[in-house]
Design a protein. Structure first.
Length: 388
């Protein structure tokens, strides 16, 4: 009966339970001795009395921190982003290589796997909520002092540190000169080619590709991520300079022959898939039938328009015939009767919006009562243009 209770007890630990696949039974993780438990309790009390045992798993700023095992051994570290660093420790401890071996096999990570991540107490010695120019210097000094005080490097029975501390960087911001030099190194053709090769090699791995694609899709589909992205884009598009620059760049890119050919080929391939075709048609139909979309379309179709037909273009003179139409729908109907051709309301709208150059040889524009346009009182007008 006691053995069954012990087995059930282990299920409460997410990372502490190990499944013995051969025997298909749960194995109880190691337990600290009473002496180790007493030492750990005393250590925690000392830290609390000095205000150095801060539990704040959501702290995003800088700080020196400790990882305390169930039997009292401690790892001391520093980071400019505490919460992110905790996630890295956790992932590094349980990540494996393709050959099944652990990616990280250092002293600390072996202990995390042995005792279990959830059984390690994660705490902060001292917080630094604001990013400072000298944050590296401060954190390095604190880490060195704490490792020396608690003997987590010099006494293996007390800690997991493999150095005296103070190494590396803690996420400090570069000076403009350092940033420029770093960018210059990364921007050389050789550096770009090497980075490209590394990325291609990664994405050639089917497992990596699938895993990364799923993770990115999951991240991008989170409501908070979508909302943040939408807000950022709306803010950018409100800037006239950004809007103009972006529109010109997109139009230029989309009008390149190779881009058009690529988009056309991809679209044709998609539409050959019956499932995609059915799904897209259903979505377009549903969107077109929305009351607000119908109302907007009716409002657009009810606007008066002017059709422009080229009559002659001899020598250096072009002559057009302009006609006033009370709406886009009437424009299509009138021209169909006059010229015996079927005119599409949608294509007339496409010419007005600039998506098409002309429709059935006719040009269209919204009626604005501008000088030179025909009017309801004078619905037909000729226009001569000198082609210089």
């Amino acid at each position: 009966m006691g053995e069954v209770k012990n087995k059930l007890k282990t299920r409460h630990y997410k990372y502490d339970t190990f499944l013995n696949k051969a025997a298909m039974s749960y194995v109880m993780p190691p337990q600290p001795t009473p002496k180790q438990q007493e030492y750990r309790k005393g250590l925690v009390e000392r830290l609390k009395q000095r205000g150095m045992f801060i539990i704040d798993h959501n702290h995003k700023g800088a700080g020196t921190y400790g990882l305390l095992s169930p039997h009292g051994k401690m790892y001391i570290g520093k980071s400019a982003e505490y919460r992110k660093r905790m996630g890295s420790h956790r992932n590094d401890a349980y990540s494996k290589k393709k050959n099944g071996k652990w990616k990280e096999n250092k002293y600390l990570y072996r202990a995390l796997r042995k005792w279990g991540w959830d059984r390690f107490e994660k705490f902060i010695f001292q917080k630094h909520d604001e990013r400072r120019a000298d944050i590296d210097k401060i954190l390095n000094a604190q880490e060195i002092a704490l490792i020396a005080e608690f003997e987590t490097f010099t006494d293996q029975s007390k800690g997991y540190n493999l150095t005296r501390g103070g190494e590396g960087t803690s996420g400090r911001k570069m000076t403009p000169e350092q940033l420029a030099a770093h960018t210059a190194r990364k921007s050389t053709p050789e550096a770009k080619a090497a980075a490209s090769e590394r990325a291609k090699k990664k994405w050639d791995d089917a497992e990596f590709k699938e895993k990364t694609t799923v993770a990115l899709k999951e991240a991008h589909n989170r409501p908070e991520v979508k909302a943040a992205h939408s807000a950022a884009m709306k803010k950018q598009w409100k800037d006239p300079e950004f809007r103009t620059k972006r529109s010109v760049a997109l139009t230029e890119a989309q009008n390149r022959p190779e881009v058009k050919a690529k988009i056309s080929a991809a679209s044709k391939k998609l539409w050959q898939d019956p499932e995609y075709k059915k799904k897209t048609i259903a979505a377009l139909t549903e969107a077109a039938n929305r009351p607000e979309v119908k109302a907007k379309k009716r409002a657009a179709l009810s606007k008066a328009v002017v059709s422009k037909q080229l009559i002659s273009g001899e020598n250096r003179i072009k002559e057009y015939q302009l006609r006033y139409h009370a709406s886009r729908i009437l424009a299509g109907e009138n021209l169909s009767i006059l010229f015996g051709m079927k005119f599409s309301d949608n294509r007339i709208s496409s010419v007005i919006s600039g998506k098409r150059k002309h429709h059935r040889g006719f040009f269209f524009e919204n009626y604005t009562n501008a000088p030179g346009q025909p009017t309801p009182e004078r619905p037909i007008k000729r226009m001569r243009v000198t082609n210089i």
